[in-house]
Design a protein around this ligand. Sequence first.
Ligand code: MV4
Length: 502
Amino acid sequence: MLKKVLVANRGEIAVRVIRACRELGISSVAVYSEADRLAPHVWHADEAYPIGPARAAESYLSIVRLLNAAKRSGCDAVHPGYGFLAENADFSGACEAAGLIFIGPTSETIALMGDKTAARRAMEAAGVPVVPGNTEALKDLDELRTVARDIGYPVLLKAAAGGGGKGMRRVDDDSGLKSAWSAAQREAQAAFSDSRVYLEKYLSRPRHVEIQILADGHGNVIHLGERECSIQRRHQKLIEESPSPVVTPELRARMGEHAIAAARSAKYRGAGTVEFMVAEDHFYFLEMNTRLQVEHPVTELVTGTDLVHAQLRIAAGEPLTLDSLEPRGHAIECRINAEDPFSDFLPATGRIEQLRVPSGPGVRWDGGIERGTEITLYYDPLIAKLIVHAQSREAAIDRMARALDELIIDGVATIAPFHRRVMDEPDFRAGRFHTGYLEEHSGLLDGGDESDRQEAIALAAALLEDRGRRRVRLEHDAPAAGPNLWRWPQGGWSGRGRGTRG
Ligand code: MV4
């Protein structure tokens, strides 16, 4: 087994990985920026090394500083988490060159999947369905016009070095080609220092369904079913679940086989995700993510598998002992972002003054915050994840609503109230949604009216006084007890309306 792992990350994912290390008897090493001296991931770890200023470019994104910390700590492996350098082929290559095990696939696999046209070629060769379009970067406007007419409008221009929705341009007819061509190239150059673009047929309102895979170094590859991630805002996932309401056992088996073929053709090692778009009974390869994903817990809950344990075991050279299996029950994750959902998801900052974390049956909290944690603009707004598991989708939604009711975060705005509304929204409850869900339900983002705000403030005040969260008042808060107040009041504490006071 590995002896000591450096976690090249912060926040909830660093805590998640450190916990897994402790469970497997592996020492953990945290790294921290000047803004994170008191952050939870630092005290969860066995040792911790400063790696520079708050700015990520000078700390969590500094390959030299991370490798220096790795060397000083004497670790044998590096876990990148997600974000930061997790899908950076230079970083994994530098770890390998320094004699460290990079917990993830090889730098060749990362580079292959980072180039979207190369990935499309590899997938096509492996027999995995890809969206109609071209698999080489476009040379000029003439070629763009030819390919666009060939596959038929509408089409979507995408950055070859892209992913995550940056640099995409939809074109509806010949007249839109020229401006889209230069705009897409300009955006791609600005975002990825690589102006290459290519074309895909535009799919209307696809669902985003992704398959979790695990591959060991001995040729074993399994899939662990799908995650439904269609509830997004500007390409940021907000709610994920497993299984998907639209995936049948037959579809799961077919998508799973293609995901396994994709992983094999990329000589994949470790945990990975094959993203598909699902539109009208067809599914198409979108991207492969060569990392552990934010939403991995929903898969863990329905498959009974610990994906971080699996990553650590695979990195240590152990063979997989699991087999692909059908999901049990239903899991949902709500991302708790420090953003104001009623002000266009404006990032929120400040100090976590009060924190009451939900618990009870089927509830999991993966957090990177504590009372007193400072939320700054230096890092991602994802501060925690609330995940539930229950026997059915309906029961899981009810459980999530209950857990959100228990959650109190005071001091920094979060999108928890938005999630609470979604849990009551009929289309979500019915599983009727696609990637345009939020645009079609913009009412979910209205308001945060004054009474909501006042209620939240009153609840936080109650917590400060250690009275807990009360939808009903405690008996000693009630007016002097009338004759019928021994019963739970239906019409409030006055007793009126139940015929007890005339
Ligand atoms: C598409 C598409 C429609 N047609 N490609 C957005 C993020 C990037 N990974 C790919 N994306 C899309 N690619 C074709 N040919 C629609 C989207 C898309 C989307 C995809 C997955 C999840 C959410 C999305 C939200 C808007 C657009």
